[in-house]
Design a protein around this ligand. Structure first.
Ligand code: RAM
Length: 329
């Protein structure tokens, strides 16, 4: 009797162990605006670094080929079908993704946004790279720093629905009156595609003959704009600035197409988003205002009343420091 009982228990336990994985792994999907963007590839490196430290995490780096909300919805639906534990998304639209992300949350998937946010009802919290008003002010200041007498400037953005760029542009417009003589003549959209951004920059150059600066708050747009200014023979006349990766802009700083630009550390951003997604997915933290979540070597973040947290200040790069950082990101 005793033996039969022991055998039964052993068999039952064996069945349990056979069904369960060796250890509970947390699968975190890092969903980006589009693949092939060096900014997101740097963030993915940070996510892998965090996964290595956390030890039980698999990163699924994914996103559409074109930066549209429709294409991201398909990606989200497929992640729901795969039953991932967490989705950390940089969104192509603040509202369009909400129903799909709500479906994910209803199925127990942790959802956060980072870099480019989702409306509060579509995520548990949002991680900003820095404070939005500081970024908005920075992109105008970068152009004004090299225009002591003022002049016409234009913005070359990413997509027209990108949450982050739209907020930064709105913040930039608010502080414009503080920069006497800086005249914003146009805002155009290159959709974070190199070829479209290049054509939009060419359009600005030909439409505004007196243009003194192109401000591109996108790492894709700024490189295309610097190339368009170079090809138009306008180095020294039109300064290209905004947000960029040192690795992608080093040559344009050296040529003088860009005097300076700014960015935060994209590796740290992906690293931090992963730590936060992991903490929420494993119930080590709750996404509520006032909650502090530890993010490994970066420190900790505190969620504000608006369900958002912000990381460090953007750093400015120019000829004096570009080489030092161009090898990092
Ligand atoms: C592009 C993307 C991203 C933005 C950076 C600055 O890579 O639009 O969302 O944060 O630029």
């Amino acid at each position: 009797m005793k033996l039969i009982h022991t055998l039964a228990v052993t068999t039952a336990l064996a069945a349990v162990f056979a069904a369960a994985p060796a250890y509970a792994q947390t699968r975190i999907a890092l969903v980006v605006k589009s693949l092939g963007n060096g900014f997101f590839e740097a963030a993915a490196r940070g996510a892998e670094e965090a996964a290595g430290e956390l030890g039980d995490v698999e990163i699924i780096y994914t996103g559409p080929t074109e930066p549209t909300a429709e294409a991201q919805i398909e990606v989200v639906n497929s992640l729901i079908a795969q039953q991932v534990d967490a989705i950390a998304i940089s969104a192509n639209d603040p509202d369009a993704l909400v129903p799909a992300l709500q479906r994910a949350m209803q199925r127990g998937i942790t959802v956060i946004s980072w870099d480019s946010g989702v409306a509060p009802e579509g995520r548990e919290m949002h991680l900003n790279p820095s404070s939005n008003d500081l970024i908005g002010n920075t992109i105008i200041k970068l152009s004004a720093d090299h225009l002591p007498d003022g002049g016409d400037v234009a913005i070359l953005s990413a997509t027209a629905t990108a949450t982050n760029q739209n907020i930064w542009i709105a913040e930039a417009e608010k502080v414009l009156p503080d920069y006497e003589g800086i005249n914003l003549v146009a805002t155009v959209y290159g959709d974070d595609q190199s070829d479209k951004s290049y054509r939009e920059a060419q359009g600005l150059i030909s439409s505004y003959p007196g243009l003194k600066a192109i401000i591109a708050p996108t790492t894709v747009g700024i490189v295309a704009a610097a190339q368009a200014v170079t090809d138009a023979g306008k180095i020294g006349e039109i300064n290209v600035t905004g947000l960029a990766l040192p690795s992608e802009m080093a040559a344009h700083i050296k040529s003088g197409a860009s005097q300076s630009f700014a960015i935060w550390n994209p590796i740290d951003l992906g690293y931090s988003a992963t730590y936060i997604a992991h903490a929420l997915a494993t119930d080590a933290a709750t996404a509520e205002p006032g909650a502090t979540i530890s993010i490994g070597r970066v420190g900790e973040v505190t969620i504000g009343e608006d369900g958002q947290a912000a990381m460090a200040e953007p750093f400015t790069y120019d000829a004096s420091n570009i080489d030092e950082f161009a090898t990092i990101f």
